[in-house]
Design a protein around this ligand. Structure first.
Ligand code: ATP
Ligand code: MG
Ligand code: MG
Length: 351
């Protein structure tokens, strides 16, 4: 069978490797850190930094196709690989989602709503941005932020200096605070032939910037549900995308607002492992290898709960509960804020 190269060896790479194995593929992980979670299930691991172009070229030569589970892979790494093997999703999808400023401009360009935003590189930019956008607002680093890291909330003008200091000199954007009722996400996929499939939107609850739970179905009317899926489809087509994407949306009284996109399988799509015949990981492997896409239909309602840090201590109790599917990432050390695993609680419908 063919070998799929995956940039990034975290839990997403691990679950992609499991799905690839189910379809008869082998995986080869490229990951800078030692002993990555995906390394336990992949056939091969290359341990090297993303700026080691020789290591990247050797990795590319050893596989048939390359994908990634991490959106902060430098585009220079993709450039080196692209000369040797195809990469999905493409470079533009990665570049757009890596930089919040480029991402928002792209979304607006294709007719989608985002929070109002402005680029902030210094004190004067910030003062002007606050003037234009108003408060409350959120200052975010343009690059490398995840799980709410690299963000500062501004409620009064007096918060500005502190917020800017928290960026530590990194380029930032100021986003107007979106007055949402709840947060949802759409996990969707586009195949090599341009066909698109989407899962039902999930409703997300965050705590301290980290996803805690995703519940399907989300509280949405039929029109909102259709709108959410159409938004994802528009993004996929505009990027000529191949693979699975995660689109985070705010639900507001006046429609859906796009928060951000992730060019990969997404934490809020883990419910598909126990709610659908074809989960997001298999869907991604199908998409990038040219298989027909699964249709994404949900056979069960599910609540996905992340096990973060010490939550892992609850695993004994969770294991005794009926209808709880356990997914652990094989991480040795439970640090605060570290995603150790998740559970999918399958909600039985009255029949
Ligand atoms: P992820 O781990 O999802 O990549 P991230 O660090 O990229 O997270 P965001 O998704 O931008 O961060 O923001 C984290 C959370 O903060 C959002 O899910 C939302 O709850 C809140 N948030 C972010 N931006 C805004 C906004 N403009 N208005 C209101 N709330 C916001
Ligand atoms: Mg993000
Ligand atoms: Mg987010």
């Amino acid at each position: 069978g063919a070998v799929i190269g995956i940039l990034g060896g975290g839990q997403l790479g691990r679950m992609l490797s499991v799905a690839a194995a189910r379809l008869g593929y082998r995986t080869h992980i490229f990951e800078p850190a030692a002993n990555p979670p995906a390394g336990h299930v992949a056939e091969r691991v290359t341990t090297a930094p993303y700026d080691d172009l020789d290591a990247l070229r050797a990795f590319a030569s050893a596989v048939d196709i390359v994908t990634y589970e991490f959106e902060n892979v430098p585009t220079s790494a993709l450039d080196a690989i692209e000369e040797i093997r195809p990469i999905h999703p493409n470079r533009r999808a990665l570049a757009v989602s890596q930089d919040r400023l480029v991402e928002k401009a792209f979304l607006n360009e294709i007719g989608l709503r985002t929070a109002p935003y402005a680029a902030v590189d210094d004190e004067q930019d910030l003062a002007e941005a606050i003037e234009e956008i108003g408060l409350p607002a959120i200052l975010k680093t343009r690059r490398l932020g995840y799980d709410g890291k690299g963000q500062a909330r501004l409620t009064t003008p007096a918060d500005a200096a502190h917020a800017l200091a928290a960026m530590a000199g990194a380029s930032a954007i100021l986003e107007g605070f979106v007055d949402f009722t709840h947060e949802i996400s759409v996990i969707a996929a586009r195949g090599l032939d341009g066909s698109v499939a989407a899962y039902d939107p999930g409703q997300n609850v965050h705590h301290e910037g980290i996803l805690r739970t995703t519940t399907v179905p989300a509280e949405l009317g039929a029109a909102q549900r259709a709108d959410a899926v159409l938004i994802a489809g528009r993004i996929l087509n505009a990027l000529n995308y191949v693979g699975v994407i995660g689109v985070e949306l705010f639900v507001t009284g006046s429609g859906l607002v796009v928060n951000e996109i992730a060019p990969r399988v997404h934490n809020s799509g883990h419910w598909t492992q126990n709610g659908c015949a074809v989960d997001q990981f298999e869907q991604h492997i199908r998409a990038i290898t040219g298989w027909p896409l699964g249709d994404g239909r949900r056979h069960s309602d599910v609540v996905m709960e992340n096990l973060i840090g010490d939550d892992i201590g609850r695993i004994g109790d969770l294991a005794r509960e009926p209808d709880v599917a356990i997914h652990l990432y094989g991480k040795a050390e439970a640090r605060p804020g570290r995603k150790m695993g998740h559970v999918n609680r399958i909600l039985r419908r009255e029949s």
